[in-house]
Ligand binder design. Structure first.
Ligand SMILES: Nc1nc2c(c(=O)[nH]1)N[C@H]1C(S)=C(S)[C@@H](COP(=O)(O)OP(=O)(O)OC[C@H]3O[C@@H](n4cnc5c(N)ncnc54)[C@H](O)[C@@H]3O)O[C@H]1N2
Ligand code: MOO
Length: 414
């Protein structure tokens, strides 16, 4: 292909850095961040999505000064060292505005109840004598120790003040963020629509799980692996079934199924063999096939098919998962705020490793409770069993060829 295209790498033999390819994938998918791709969802349906706009707090949290403890609301100026007897006022009712607290009285108040006007502190019931509340309606007095103003009071707006920014645009909505929106009184929220990916696995040697396995064939691991990775990341995944190695058939399949898709992802058929179906099917399309300086996941395809963004991941199962984690997930995180990016951790290697000098290596491993990471399997990108026994990706940056046990590495929890 010689057509000029902003996403294209130049010659097919050029190797592109991981950062360079991530930038290209992000540029390819940038139109997905258009505000026209917004929808309003009830909070319960918005888990895992991200905000289109900033959210401004319509009320303060807490909305009113309230008690942090079960105890007595007091005027701190009434209390003196050595203990002070106060008349017990009627209890503060839950969920409504109490009458003002008269000087020389203490009002039983429960956690979260509104502080009466005039009260400026709460003495926990454990510090009162007696240390239990009198029966409702009875005449009683209580002895309380001196406390500074503000003791066990949660001031209005101490969490957020009305008019302040509660959440920024592109914030990923997990339980805490949805809980905040509910606390602010929101019943629904404007989020980016889920990204729809058409996922196509390819190869004459690949057979649907559940069928018989003739000699020379293997089961399709990639379809299930990537569908699960994408679904977990909140992507709406459509599967086409396995494409044969016939480029015309793959083209027909894509044309029939890709119209509603935001992105086409294929696996396999992108390297240098004689039957690279994805390469051949894309011959008349603005698609680059290039090598990223990464192991696994080196061979990559990127461009558009009939105008639909396209990523061609390599066929080895570990390679296609690593491609998803290194490029698609972070590109969507950066553009749309969802899925959430992987949180990078630092860990110490349980044992040494070697890595090719000009490649960013991504090994699979298990982060142990003692903070060391044990590598699972070797470098091979076919090691799906070792992948299944791993809980983390282990990064060895380009330029690092050898690491010893105890050396620090970056890991991403899977
Ligand atoms: N001469 C070269 N050969 C290869 C190179 C290279 O640079 N020069 N790169 C190697 C690397 S690295 C990778 S990764 C693979 C990528 O190959 P393809 O994307 O073309 O994928 P295939 O050849 O179709 O398959 C590779 C491998 O993965 C297995 N596979 C394919 N699809 C599935 C599936 N759905 N489920 C499970 N396993 C699958 C397939 O049987 C092969 O074993 O190329 C290297 N070769
Ligand atoms: O780079 Mo390939 O993706 O290792 O096996």
């Amino acid at each position: 292909m010689t057509t000029a295209h902003p996403l294209r790498a130049g010659t097919a033999h050029q190797s592109r850095s991981v950062a360079g390819h991530l930038a290209a994938v992000t540029a390819l998918l940038a139109p997905l961040a258009a505000e026209s791709r917004a929808e309003v969802l009830p909070l319960r349906a918005a888990l895992g999505r991200a905000l289109v706009h900033d959210i401004v707090a319509p009320v303060s949290l807490p909305p009113f000064a309230n008690s942090q403890m079960d105890g007595y609301a007091v005027r701190s100026a009434d209390l003196h060292d050595g203990g002070t007897d106060l008349r017990v006022a009627p209890p503060v009712p839950a969920g409504s505005r109490p009458p003002a607290l008269l000087t020389g009285t203490a009002a039983p108040i429960m956690t979260g109840a509104m502080l009466p006007d005039g009260a400026d502190a709460v003495v926990p019931i454990e510090r009162a004598v007696p240390d239990s509340f009198p029966a409702a309606g009875s005449e009683a007095s209580v002895t309380l120790p001196a406390v500074p103003a503000g003791t066990f009071v949660r001031p209005a707006g101490s969490d957020i003040v009305a008019g302040g920014r509660a959440l920024a645009a592109r914030t990923h909505l997990g339980p805490a963020q949805l809980g905040l929106l509910a606390a602010l009184g929101r019943a629904d929220v404007e989020v980016f629509k889920a990204v729809t990916v058409l996922l196509v696995t390819t190869g004459d040697e690949v057979v649907e799980p559940g069928r018989e396995l003739p000699d020379g064939k293997i089961y399709d691991a990639n379809g299930t692996l990537l569908e699960a990775a994408m679904a977990e990341a909140g992507i709406d995944v459509r599967r086409t079934g396995i494409s044969t190695d016939e480029p015309g058939e793959l083209r027909k399949l894509l044309r029939a199924t890709s119209t509603e898709a935001d992105l086409i992802v294929t696996t396999g058929g992108v390297s240098k063999g004689a039957y690279e179906v994805v390469r051949q099917a894309m011959e008349d399309q603005p698609v680059d096939f290039l090598h990223v300086a990464m192991q696994p996941g080196g061979p990559q395809g990127i461009g558009t098919f009939d105008g639909v963004p396209f990523l061609g991941f390599p066929g080895n199962p570990v390679s296609c998962l690593v491609s998803f984690e290194m490029f698609l997930r972070p590109a969507l995180s950066a553009l749309l705020g969802a899925p959430a990016p992987r949180a990078p951790l630092r860990a110490r290697l349980g044992h040494g490793l070697t890595s090719p000098e000009r490649k960013h290596q991504v090994r699979r491993g298990n982060l142990q409770p003692d903070g060391t990471v044990r590598l699972e399997g070797g470098e091979g990108s076919h090691l799906v069993h070792a992948l299944a026994g791993s809980n983390a990706l282990v990064h060895v940056p380009e330029g690092v060829t050898e690491l010893a046990a105890g050396d620090e590495v970056e890991v991403w929890m899977l």
